[in-house]
Design a protein. Structure first.
Lengths: 351, 351
DNA sequence: TTTCATTTACGAAACGTTTTGTTCTTTTCC
DNA sequence: GGAAAAGAACAAAACGTTTCGTAAATGAAA
């Protein structure tokens, strides 16, 4: 039986021939089983000399596992995604998993296609930052019993493992900070088509209501989280006859757009307008005024998401979904100023 | 012979049983071979009913192909990467390939590790936006005969397939534009640790020299392409006693940082300082003043890179590397102003 | 018709692992 | 010293495809 001569990498059979042991023994060694010390040495030497590396494909075939995890991000060009992908990718790789990344491009149709693609590639699990607010598109994965972990966002109609922050509370806290600096005319720029944005607007309303302040529709500017929207909406607010004294910006990109808009206006931050936003990047602290931000523990969240995922993959129990909300921290900055109390505004409720 | 009962997807054997044909025939059909029309109908019906999908893993094992392409980006958080990853990922998926993305995080050590990881995962090819300026770290891939395609950057010491732009010429053209607007005190903020930056600085020098202008070291601000560096260096330039009238910014992130710095200074763009940069994003046209930019045909470049890669994968010829440089276009903006000629400056060479 | 070429289908052997049930060896304990 | 228990190693059968060599069926040419 002549073996085709291909100059590809060594196989277990080569190790077998070199050591005189059986495939089973070598496999056992490779998977951490017990092997006689002398054989162990033998095998290690052979592996070393042959530069043997286990063929993940062959292994995948028999174990029916690919050691690949799909990651679907709503928009790969968004700052938040970049950070997430970095941490998740790193963590997965540490655990020997490869990440297959798909960009949904904020498009629900593409998102559904991506999902099917990942299922057809038989990934072991899928981590999703969804575009959709409903879970329908995940059906093929559920049929194939591929575990799903959500990040940053959940669905309205179905529950999955999820790691994120309590966006509503986080936004609430941000507005509280503005209130504590004596702001009363507070606006918000956030998304009405993304889960996080919707929640954050709710948090804004919670805080305003609790402080006994009227919620003015013109102060709630809605549009997809993006630099462009942040820029446009901030322009609108600045041009408005009753210009707010402070604005909560729905995410990092929105904040960036907002700052650009203020910078090129006749107004300045924080003298004329205070800004507070979400998430952080190196620039946040470097610019002047530095940005006041609500920050999410990205790295921790990503590690947790991977941990959840690997747990699901290992023991495919049908345990109930777990949702983990991490606490946020406040990164103080100079973009919020304290308004001198003029005695005219009185709180109708303690803040 | 009892087959283990697993509720997983249908296999070719199921199709075989349903049709009464042999595995070989079905395989032939699946791979576009000729099959009797009646059998074709039979097979298609069976596939339809069973929801059969070929198991890419099994196929990979025998063909020694994974239909996966690794993508190594220098920094996933950089705008340029985001766009690239989007286009490349999309294109690969269209061709039935999955993209495994690794972030090198601007770290040569991580880059080398990522490469080894991809090799061990037996990807069919690797598309690299390198951090390193030398090709050493690619050795494991070469040994495994995995084709490499470079994007955006090349190496000093070795040649590979590569798609990008002629950065030197592009920067030259950008500076020419500034010269044509009668600027003479022109600075540059660009990277000295990244290939593109280095080339762009050369282009800057070319243009300055050609215009007969002295190259002042204090006008050449070097630092990794990033928002932070753009911000810091612009601050330095603005604070300098002989403040330039125009600045070329090395990439998109640098431009963003530069604009933030100008915005918060006492100076304004373009009245006091003109800016021209690289690449584009939606924001570029939306902000005011709109940004004057040199833009690369990203989508075309990505498509080409994938095309090159798939060619290499199909016929693993040892043809010589091909380098493709795309032309850039200029996107005019308001961030560059024309200086009234005061008669004091005279060109010592035609521009 | 017969012969030869062409097309289509088939069985069996790969691909490189893991896993299962069995055999062989060593250790432990009375 | 012998039996039982424990530990290692092994051969062979999977996993789901492709591919190779051959056989059968069809069509064309003589």
């Amino acid at each position: 039986m002549k073996r085709k001569v291909r100059f590809v990498s060594a196989t277990m059979r080569d190790v077998k021939n070199k050591t005189g042991l059986s495939l089973a023994t070598i496999s056992k060694y490779l998977n951490g089983g017990n092997v006689l010390p002398e054989n162990k040495i033998l095998i290690e030497k052979a592996i070393e000399e042959l530069h043997y590396e286990v063929n993940e494909i062959a292994r995948g075939l028999v174990k029916n596992k690919t050691r690949m995890v799909g990651i679907m991000v709503h928009d790969i060009e968004c700052y938040f995604s970049g950070k997430l992908l970095h941490y998740i990718g790193e963590e997965l790789r540490k655990c020997g998993y490869a990440a297959i990344i798909c960009d949904s491009y904020n498009d629900e149709k593409i998102e559904a296609e991506n999902l099917k693609f990942l299922v057809s590639r038989r990934v072991d699990g899928i981590i999703v930052i969804p575009v959709c607010m409903r879970a329908g598109f995940l059906k093929p994965a559920k049929q194939a019993k591929i575990p799903i972990v959500l990040m940053d966002r959940s669905f309205q109609d179905e529950e999955f493992d999820c790691v994120g922050i309590d966006n509503r509370v986080a936004a609430y806290r941000a507005v509280r900070i503005l209130l504590e600096h004596n702001h009363r005319d507070i606006a918000v720029i956030s998304s009405d088509v993304e889960y996080t944005g919707v929640e954050r607007i709710k948090g804004y309303e919670d805080a305003m209501r609790q402080a006994g302040l009227e919620i003015q529709e013109e102060y709630i500017k809605k549009g997809r989280h993006s630099t462009e929207v942040g820029y446009e909406k901030m322009k609108e607010l600045l041009a408005s006859p009753n210009r707010p004294t402070a604005v909560l910006l729905g995410n990092y990109d929105t904040m960036l757009g907002g700052v650009l808009a203020v910078n090129e206006s006749e107004f300045s931050c924080p003298e004329d307008i205070s800004l507070i936003g979400f998430d952080t990047l190196m620039i946040t602290g470097v610019v002047s005024p530095s940005w006041y931000m609500v920050v999410q523990p990205m790295e921790k969240m990503c590690k947790k998401a991977v941990e959840l995922m690997l747990n699901r993959i290992e023991r495919k129990g049908d345990e109930a979904p777990v949702k983990m909300y991490f606490g946020t921290t406040i990164q103080k900055g100079e973009s919020v100023r304290t308004i001198e109390s003029d005695g005219l505004h009185t709180m109708t409720a303690p803040i």
